[in-house]
Design a protein around this ligand. Structure first.
Ligand code: NAD
Length: 497
C-alpha cells in the first residue's frame, strides 16, 4: 500500500468505531450484544466491546478444556518457543499497541511505549525462560526406608481477570505463566480497556499458539466475569482488581474451592526521614504518586515527612508536581494523560472536595491550577497532579484507595509514629522508605505491613521475586516461582524401598 493510502486507511480506522469480537478456539467469534468503550482523552465512544455472558464463557471454557491435554503434554521448552514468538510479535507491533493502549486507557503514548507494551512482551519472554528452570523437591527418610518427592502438573483451565489501568501489561502477567506451565486459559480483560487484548489475539496464530490454548472473552464483570468465576470447570482464578470485587469473587468461587490469586488495591505510604537524599526523593515521589495518572496499584498516596524536613520537602514536592504536565496523551511533553472514565474522574474529585470540607489545603492541581488542553481534549477526563496537606489519618481520604493523581503529605516526629501511621490502613500492598541510614532502612522496612517495600527507589522489579499484597491488598503472590506454584498443582509421592 502507498504511504498516503496507508495513512488514509489508518485515519479511516480511527474514525470508524471499532467492533471487537471474542477469540474462542482459535477463531474470532462475533457477539450479538455490545457495550460502548470510550476514548478518555476525548470523552467519546470509539469502540464497541462484546457484552459476553454465560453462553460465550461456556464456549470458551469448552475450547480451553479441549485444548488442555495436548498443550499440557508438550515439553516446557516447546511451550516456551511459542511464548518467545509471541513476545517477538508484540514487539514488532509495539507502536500500534502503544497508540491503541493510549487511546483506550487515556495514558500517554510515551508511557504505553516505554512501560506497558515492552513489559507485555517481556512477560512472555520472562516466563518462557523461567519455566525451564524450576525443580521439584525430594526428601530422604532412611529411618523408615522411604524417599519422598514432589511432582507438579498444570491445573487445567485458568480463569484470568484483569483491570483497566495497565491493560495488556497485567493481562500478559497472567496469560504468560499460566500457559508456560501447561494450562489453557479463558481471559477476561476490563470492559473499559479491551482493545490491546483483542489485538494480541490477532497474533496468536502466527505465534503458533494452538487453538483453544488462549481464549479471550470480552464483557463486564457482573456478566462475563461472574460466569467465568462461577464456572464449575474453571478450577483456578487469577484476579487483579479492586478489593470490593475480590470479595465477590471469593464468595462466588467458594462453593467450588477454587484456587485463588487476588492482587488488589493499595493505600501506599512513603516515609521520608530527614537524612533522605531530597532531590532524588522528591523526583521519585512525584513519579511514584502521579505516574499513569496515579492509576497504578503501587502509587504512593500518603507521604509522611519528618517534621524538620517537612517545609522544604513540601515546597519542592509541590514545585515538582506542577512540572508534571497533564495534557494530550500523544504530546511527548505530557507526563500524564486522561483518567479512565468520567465516573472515575468524579470519584477522584469527590475525595478532594471531602478533604477541603474537612479543612485540608490543596497546594496545586485540581481547583488551583488551570489545565491547558487542545480543543479535541476539552471533553476528556483530565486532572492535574494534586498535592494536599492537613488531612487527618482517620479521614476517608487517608484510608480509602483513590487511584488518581492525588498525594496527601503529612509531618511526623518519630520513627515509631511513622511506622504506626503508615500501617494504620486496611491495605498492605507497597511502601517506600527514604533514608541514608542503612540500619533504619532495614528496621522500618521489616516493620511495614506491605508485600513490597522499596527503599530509596520505587517500582524496581525483578520478576523472579514475589509480587502481591498483605491485608486487604491481596491473597497469594505472583512472580517467577510463585506464579509457577500457583499455576500448578503439587503432589507428594512417597516410595518405600
Ligand atoms: P475492578 O475490580 O472493578 O475490575 C477488575 C476486573 O474485574 C475487570 O475485568 C472487571 O470487569 C472484573 N469484574 C468486576 N466485577 C466482577 C465480578 N463480579 N465478577 C468477576 N469479575 C468482575 O477493578 P478496576 O476498577 O478495573 O481496577 C482498579 C483496581 O485494581 C484498583 O483497586 C487497583 O488498585 C487494582 N489493581 C491492583 C493491582 C495489583 O497488582 N495489586 C494492579 C492493578 C490494579
Amino acid at each position: 500500500m502507498h504511504a498516503e493510502q496507508a495513512t488514509m486507511a489508518q485515519a479511516a480506522e480511527l474514525l470508524t468505531p471499532l467492533v471487537l469480537q471474542n477469540y474462542i478456539g482459535g477463531e474470532f467469534v462475533p457477539c450479538s450484544r455490545h457495550i460502548d468503550s470510550y476514548d478518555p482523552s476525548a470523552g467519546e465512544v470509539y469502540c464497541h466491546v462484546p457484552d459476553s455472558g454465560q453462553d460465550e464463557v461456556e464456549l470458551a471454557v469448552n475450547a480451553a478444556k479441549e485444548a488442555f491435554p495436548l498443550w499440557a503434554s508438550r515439553s516446557p521448552a516447546d511451550r516456551a518457543r511459542v511464548l518467545y514468538k509471541l513476545a517477538d510479535l508484540i514487539e514488532a507491533h509495539l507502536e500500534e499497541f502503544a497508540q491503541a493502549e493510549s487511546r483506550d486507557q487515556g495514558k500517554t503514548v510515551k508511557f504505553a511505549r516505554t512501560v506497558d507494551i515492552p513489559r507485555a512482551a517481556y512477560n512472555f519472554r520472562f516466563f518462557a525462560s523461567s519455566i525451564l528452570h524450576h525443580t521439584t523437591e525430594c526428601s530422604q527418610m532412611a529411618h523408615v526406608g522411604c524417599v519422598s518427592y514432589t511432582v507438579r502438573c498444570p491445573v487445567g483451565v485458568a480463569g484470568l481477570i484483569s483491570p483497566w489501568n495497565l491493560p495488556l501489561y497485567l493481562l500478559t502477567w497472567k496469560i504468560a505463566p499460566a500457559i508456560a506451565a501447561g494450562n489453557t486459559v479463558v481471559a477476561k480483560p476490563s470492559e473499559m480497556t479491551s482493545v490491546t487484548a483483542w489485538m494480541m489475539c490477532k497474533l496468536l496464530k502466527e505465534a503458533d499458539v494452538p487453538p483453544g490454548v488462549v481464549n479471550v472473552v470480552f464483557g463486564t464483570g457482573p456478566r462475563a466475569g461472574d460466569a467465568l468465576v462461577s464456572h464449575p470447570e474453571v478450577p483456578l482464578i487469577s484476579f487483579t482488581g479492586s478489593t470490593a470485587t475480590a470479595r465477590l469473587i471469593t464468595e462466588r468461587s467458594a462453593p467450588y474451592c477454587k484456587k485463588l490469586s487476588l492482587e488488589l488495591g493499595g493505600k501506599n505510604p512513603a516515609i521520608v526521614f530527614k537524612d533522605a537524599d531530597l532531590e532524588e526523593c522528591v523526583a521519585t515521589t512525584v513519579r511514584s504518586s502521579f505516574s499513569n495518572q496515579g492509576e497504578i496499584c503501587l502509587c504512593t498516596s500518603r507521604v509522611f515527612v519528618e517534621r524538620s524536613l517537612y517545609p522544604e520537602f513540601l515546597r519542592k514536592f509541590v514545585a515538582a508536581a506542577r512540572l508534571w504536565k497533564t495534557g494530550c496523551p500523544s504530546d511527548l511533553s505530557s507526563s500524564n494523560g486522561a483518567l479512565i472514565s468520567k465516573e472515575h474522574l468524579e470519584k477522584v474529585r469527590s475525595y478532594i472536595k471531602l478533604a477541603l470540607s474537612e479543612g485540608a489545603v490543596v497546594h496545586c492541581g485540581e481547583g488551583v491550577d488551570q489545565l491547558t488542553l487542545p480543543q479535541h481534549n476539552k471533553n476528556g477526563y483530565f486532572m492535574a497532579a494534586t498535592v494536599i496537606t492537613g488531612a487527618a489519618d482517620e479521614s476517608r481520604c487517608m484510608q480509602e484507595e483513590i487511584f488518581g493523581p492525588v498525594a496527601f503529605v503529612t509531618p511526623f516526629d518519630s520513627e515509631e509514629e511513622a511506622v504506626r501511621r503508615a500501617n494504620g490502613v486496611r491495605y498492605g500492598l507497597s511502601a517506600v522508605v527514604w533514608s541514608r541510614d542503612v540500619g533504619r532502612v532495614h528496621r522500618v522496612a521489616q516493620q511495614l505491613q506491605a508485600g513490597l517495600v522499596w527503599t530509596n527507589c520505587w517500582l524496581v522489579r525483578d520478576l523472579n521475586l514475589p509480587f502481591g499484597g498483605m491485608k486487604s491488598s491481596g491473597v497469594g503472590r505472583e512472580g517467577g516461582r510463585d506464579s509457577y506454584h500457583f499455576f500448578t498443582e503439587v503432589k507428594t509421592i512417597t516410595v518405600k524401598h
